[in-house]
Design a protein around this ligand. Structure first.
Ligand code: SF4
Length: 329
């Protein structure tokens, strides 16, 4: 096996069965990064607690998400796949890093302000410390690289600042300043064609649904709002179905739809059926693999428990170094 370039860390909250937004925004990159990097992928259940009202679905959501990741091509024999709370050292490092983090900076972060707007009745302490927990996730595993879309860039910059503060205060270089790896993350809109794809908005298309269900969801997609009748020419540039064709359909078909939509020689129903067919073809191997691994009830649990063991090995060594640098007995 070729030598890997360094260690990547990324985490995602346990949101259950994954949709196209999750696939295009994260999973596809996770799979590709494995070829070049040693990858550590965490299902960050502790982060989820900051916004959750009930934890009833947490075990199911965790398992379903892990299943989707594995079915989509994350290779647990190479990458470490684990649940954040199974390696409790992260909470220890979180506490330690919080001592070098100015509170004023945390409350000024745009993401914190957004959350306060979204859940004004639940502005909990964990919500403020979220970026510190994220810094603990990254630094505990000595990740050199963190894949980011534009939204997360300020958090990684924040992690870098915390690392510099920690290393400067304790005159050490124990913690690694992670580099950002900008990933191509297309803006994935939901079936409403307006808002980001999200389960809570019920505008999502699940990766692992049955083909008929996928077609049903696609048929509800909003198209060019100006195209009222089949005989009206459409504008693919403002149509979300066309954006999806560009990702999942062969180039010749994309060119054909682009031209025919403008001439009104293809209808939206036909166009959507074509998209559904191409999407189902793209996802078919993942769905087959999912069915296969879901047949063994122990498989996901075994992967996550092996991942936790491997993650713990790195975490225990980092915490020991951190404590030594601070002088904690
Ligand atoms: Fe969109 Fe296709 Fe309808 Fe054109 S034909 S508006 S690209 S769905």
């Amino acid at each position: 096996m070729a030598k890997k370039k360094g260690r990547v860390f990324s985490g995602a909250r346990p949101t259950g069965r994954q949709h196209l937004g999750n696939y295009l925004g994260a999973i596809k990159n996770y799979v590709a990064l494995q070829d070049e990097y040693e990858c550590v992928y965490s299902i960050v259940d502790l982060h989820a607690l900051t916004t959750m009202e009930t934890t009833l679905n947490l075990p199911d959501n965790t398992r379903e998400m892990a299943l989707d990741w594995l079915a989509a091509g994350i290779r647990p024999d190479e990458s470490i796949v684990f649940i954040q709370s199974h390696v409790p050292e992260v909470t220890e490092l979180h506490t330690i890093l919080s001592m070098v983090t100015p509170l004023g900076k945390l409350t000024e972060l745009p993401t914190f302000k957004d959350k306060v707007r979204q859940q004004p009745k639940n502005v909990n302490y964990g919500l403020v410390g979220y970026p510190v927990l994220m810094a603990a996730d990254i630094t505990l595993y000595k990740a050199e690289i963190v894949p980011v879309g534009i939204d997360q860039a300020p958090h990684i910059e924040f992690t870098r600042e915390i690392v510099r503060s920690f290393n400067a205060r304790y005159k050490t270089n124990v913690l690694i300043e992670p580099q950002m790896k900008r990933t191509k993350v297309p803006k994935v809109l939901g079936t409403d064609g307006k808002q980001k794809m999200s389960k809570s908005l019920n505008n999502h298309i699940e990766m692992m649904a049955a083909p008929e269900e996928t077609l049903e969801r696609i048929m509800t997609m909003v198209t060019d709002p100006q195209r009222k009748r089949r005989s009206d020419p459409g504008d693919p540039d403002v149509c979300n179905v066309f954006s999806m064709h560009k990702i999942f359909s062969p180039v010749e078909e994309v060119a054909m739809i682009n031209a025919e939509c403008r001439r009104a020689t293809i209808g939206c129903v036909d166009c959507k059926k074509r998209f559904a067919k191409n999407l189902n073809t793209h996802l078919a191997p993942f769905r087959e693999r999912r069915d296969e691994i879901a047949r063994d009830p122990e498989y996901v649990q075994d992967v996550l428990s092996d991942g936790a063991k491997r993650a713990h090995k790195i975490a225990a060594s980092t915490i020991a170094e951190v404590k030594e640098a601070i002088g904690l007995p």
